[in-house]
Design a protein around this ligand. Structure first.
Ligand code: DMJ
Length: 561
């Protein structure tokens, strides 16, 4: 009898579709009380290192980087806690079908046409390779892992390009090989390949994707064989031998902290806790390290386990997704891991107090701290993921001021597009600060921001579109969709070429955009997917209860427990 009941429950879990939302209304915000630790289901070490430095001073920089004396004991405790956490929380394979969007808006039709154009070029000239070179009509291989194909699987599915999806699935089954004598970056392969396969598994349900996800997951596990359990940045696919890059033995902070959603989900779908145990140890390790008001340096040693002392504090390259995954992991694990939330809340305060600044016209941006207390008023395009993350936190009950900052920063991100001749943002934008005004003859947005020639490229990156999607759905404000539409037109005008879309070298001139002959996999996996979801009236992904996107826009189910 109990067997039949279990079967019935499992059947319900498998077939129950997540609800489609009417996104003309904003999403329903969760209730979250600051004493939310009542949700905590198992013991977690929350000891803060005694030498944690809290200071409001913007001029002091150096991160106190000593490991607490009792670190070995604490690590032992962590290992025990993780063991009990895993055994208390049995891994239940989880798979949900989702409804696709039935009726497309005219703007979605245009995005789908753009995606179909990009796919056609990839299929004709680069199928099974990592990237399309759309101008020379050839391909580029970085890891020889069919990056574009795997990164695009769930987008193909969501856009209902059935034939293309089935053809790609067949390629995954017969053509995707992981036994090459090739060094690859663990982080990139996790977010694009493991994430892509998991996302495809969750939307389509085919075991082909699960099997391949497990195959690559098992190889990547070797990267964690370091003295501290922190992963090395690179791994040889064939030998499983892991190491740091030749120019720097350390990993970046993003590289060690942006694997957790994917590995935890792999444990869910395979029923094997090893993936989750391995990455949760890394999270716990990071939790215990001294930080600067919750902010982390951008390099860390897998050998010593410490942050690199004189490394930059930034929300951009090499640290960005550390903050994103604190929040998303907390959501993914059913809000049971309080330490992740604690670290996230502390970090957002640190960002506000140490890195946030204003331009002469009062636009909000986030700068960087360089060694020896130098605040640099520059922002990577990558930082524009942050409004989306802050808004997602607000949706899950975090403070209203997070949403306020999200709105302000997203407006600045939008202005980094409208301030250039092409209407496309540069890789890095520099800002004038309120107390150091621009040249007297600067006008319009030039009073607030400028782009250096060396940073004037656009790689078809998704971050601003991603944030527009979150803000549109969470606030219900249509202006975000209109901003996105404006940006989409600029992409069509200046990056579309006969065989696809290309990165460009110069957003500052409409005459001389310097096409770079490269279509990155994230353009199909992320940028066009977020455009498509941004312009939808409904969306298959319920962000409140069911889904969280990994940093490469692959959908992962939220655990109910
Ligand atoms: C993507 O691969 C991911 O979003 C990653 O977190 C950082 N950047 C690229 C796209 O810009």
């Amino acid at each position: 009898m109990s067997f039949l009941l279990t079967l019935l429950v499992l059947a319900l879990v498998y077939v129950s579709p997540s609800s489609t939302h009417d996104y003309k209304k904003p999403l329903q915000r969760a209730n979250y009380s600051e004493s939310g630790s009542a949700h905590l289901q198992f013991p977690i070490v929350t000891t803060r290192p005694s030498n944690h430095v809290f200071t409001h001073s913007k001029t002091e920089f150096s991160v106190q980087n000593s490991i607490p004396n009792n670190f070995a004991n604490v690590k032992q405790q962590i290992a025990e806690n993780i063991r009990s956490a895993i055994s208390l929380d049995p891994v239940v394979p989880l798979k949900r079908k989702h409804p696709v969007i039935e009726k497309l808006t005219p703007r979605q039709e245009e995005v789908k046409a753009a995606f179909a154009h990009a796919w056609k070029g990839y299929r004709k000239y680069a199928y099974g390779h990592d990237h399309l070179r759309p101008i020379s009509a050839t391909y580029q291989d970085w890891f020889e892992l069919s990056l574009t194909l795997v990164d695009s699987l769930d987008t193909l599915y969501i856009m209902q390009m059935h034939d293309e999806f089935e053809e790609a699935k067949k390629w995954v089954k017969d053509g995707l090989r992981f036994d090459r004598d090739k060094d690859v970056n663990v982080f990139e392969v996790t977010i694009r390949v493991l994430g892509g396969l998991i996302g495809a598994f969750h939307v389509d349900g085919s075991d082909i994707f699960k099997k391949k996800a497990q195959e690559i997951g098992d190889i990547l596990l070797n990267a964690f064989e370091s003295p501290t359990g922190l992963p090395y940045s690179d791994i040889n696919l064939k030998s499983g031998k892991a190491h740091g890059p030749s120019w720097n033995p350390d990993s970046t902070t993003s590289e060690v902290s942006t694997l957790q959603l994917e590995f935890c989900d792999l444990s869910r779908i395979t029923g094997n806790p090893v993936y989750e145990t391995t990455v949760m140890k890394v999270s716990q390790h990071l939790h215990l390290l001294p930080k600067k008001r919750g902010l982390v340096p951008m390099h860390i040693s897998p050998v010593s386990g410490k942050f690199q002392k004189n490394s930059v504090l930034t929300l951009g390259a090499r640290a960005d997704s550390y903050y994103e995954y604190l929040l998303k992991q907390w959501i993914q694990t059913g809000k049971t891991q309080q330490f992740l939330l604690d670290d996230y809340l502390l970090a957002v305060e640190g960002m506000r107090d140490m890195l946030m600044s204003k331009t002469p016209s009062n636009y909000t941006f986030f700068g960087e701290y360089e060694t020896y207390s130098r605040f640099r008023p520059k922002m990577d395009h990558l930082v524009c993921y942050l409004p989306g993350t802050l808004a997602l936190g607000y949706l899950h009950g975090l403070p209203e001021w997070h949403l306020q900052i999200a709105k302000e920063l997203l407006y600045t991100c939008y202005l980094t597009y409208t301030s250039t001749a092409t209407g496309l943002a540069a890789e890095i934008t520099h800002f004038y600060m309120r107390d150091t005004p621009a040249d007297a003859d600067a006008s319009g947005l030039q009073k607030d921001m400028y782009v250096k020639r060396a940073d004037a490229h656009n790689l078809l990156r998704p971050e601003t579109i991603e944030s527009l999607f979150y803000l549109r759905k969470i606030t219900g404000d249509k202006k975000y969709e209109d901003w996105g539409w404006e940006i989409f037109q600029s992409f069509l005008r200046y990056t579309k070429v006969p065989n696809g879309f290309t990165s460009i070298g110069n957003v500052l001139s409409t005459e001389n955009t310097k096409p770079r002959d490269m279509m990155e996999s994230f353009f199909l996996g992320e940028t066009l997917k977020y455009f498509y979801l941004l312009f939808s009236e409904g969306t298959p992904f319920n962000l409140e209860k069911d889904w969280v996107f990994n940093t490469e826009a692959h959908p992962i189910p939220i655990r109910s427990k």
